[in-house]
Design a protein. Structure first.
Length: 103
């Protein structure tokens, strides 16, 4: 199951990263319509979540021998990542991005 979660999170990590970078480039060059701006600004939380899942499964898979499982190590890795993600969600909603007003 760990390998499957790792592969799925890797796919979505690269997908969301490409979308976020492409969207940021379009925003920088004023190439996006106004209704896409909130969508592009909302890509950060899914990207952070998938990156934390990908990194956490990589770290856990690297520290545990194949075929073995450690619930304690899983909690030691997952709890700080979960707390960090909650902090990012709080910061994202506590300090929202202000959209430019139409001329």
């Amino acid at each position: 199951m760990l390998e499957a979660l790792h592969r799925v999170s890797a796919f979505f990590f690269y997908l969301f990263a490409c979308l976020a970078i492409g969207g940021a480039m379009l925003l920088h060059r004023d190439g996006t319509p106004a209704f896409w701006i909130p969508i592009v600004h909302s890509f950060d939380l899914p990207l952070i979540l998938v990156a934390m899942i990908y990194g956490g499964t990589s770290l856990y898979g690297g520290l545990v021998q194949r075929g073995m499982h450690s619930r304690t190590l899983m909690l030691v890795i997952a709890v700080p990542l979960l707390l960090l993600f909650v902090l990012f969600v709080f910061l994202n909603f506590a300090f929202p991005v202000t959209l430019p007003s139409a001329p």
